[in-house]
Design a protein around this ligand. Structure first.
Ligand code: COA
Length: 219
């Protein structure tokens, strides 16, 4: 599904299972002491990232982890990794084409009531209630949650700053069946990072009914 939410120029790979994977020494430090399931999902993410990079013609290279959990991509490249129950994916692009990418996968289940107010602005809740009326059978708050996780990964790649759930206002522009597009209006005072205006963030979502995937890119 991941390829359905990514624009041309972004390479991707996904799997439903964890293959046997050998990590680079620079990568293993991150998961030493982690439980086996976490070691497996981490290794699969690196494997998929290298598969996506290979589709761009990039030879296998280490992808260590930064101090805020972000993957550190080889020079001139960017990308994103996600894993949820039954689905793992990675996406990668050349930085002269995309400045940042964020991808996220979530199980397509209702977002817990206790999270609604934490994740969604009141105006987003109103939009999603309307969308749920027009397009029933989809867990709209869970789709919005995933969209915000993707947004955070792209935002952090670009700015190396925190972004809270209420710091961005999502708008779901188009809906076609089980997918569509959205834009994000970032509501933080510093719209300028290092002299460069933060670009608009646009994304896509899709679900097969079991898993939601979302992606955000910044050019
Ligand atoms: C970091 C976060 C987005 C990860 O999302 P998640 O749904 O829990 O987990 P996923 O499996 O989808 O993603 C995990 C991957 O994200 C990547 N990641 C972690 N921190 C990251 C960061 N700061 N920037 C970019 N990517 C990051 C890593 O590749 C990680 O996998 P790995 O450790 O195996 O390499 C989430 O835990 C978080 O902190 N969210 C709060 C911030 C937020 O979402 N704000 C909303 C703004 S509107």
């Amino acid at each position: 599904m991941i390829e359905r939410v990514l624009p041309p120029g972004v390479a991707s790979a996904w799997t439903a299972r964890d293959p046997e994977v050998r990590l680079f020494p620079e990568e293993t430090a991150r998961i030493e002491g982690a439980v086996p399931s976490r070691r497996r999902e981490f290794a699969t993410g690196r494997h998929l990232a290298r598969t996506a990079l290979a589709r761009l013609g990039v030879p296998a290279a280490p992808i260590p982890t930064g101090d805020r959990g972000q993957p550190l991509w080889p020079d001139g490249l960017t990308g994103s990794i996600t894993h949820c129950k039954g689905y793992r994916a990675a996406a990668a692009a050349r930085r002269d084409r995309f400045r940042a990418i964020g991808i996220d996968a979530e199980v397509h289940l209702p977002l817990h009531d206790s999270l609604i107010g934490t994740v969604l602005l009141p105006e987003e809740q109103a939009d999603l209630a309307r969308l749920a009326g027009e397009h029933p059978g989809l867990h709209w708050p869970a789709i919005a949650f995933s969209a915000k996780e993707s947004l955070y990964k792209a935002w952090f790649t670009l700015t190396e700053r925190w972004l809270g759930f209420h710091d961005a206002r999502l708008r779901f522009d188009t809906v076609h069946g089980v997918g569509g597009s959205f834009t994000a209006d970032i509501r933080v005072s510093a719209q300028t990072i290092g002299g460069t205006r933060v670009p608009p963030f646009a994304g896509n979502w899709h679900t097969d009914g079991s898993v939601i995937v979302t992606a955000v890119t910044a050019e």
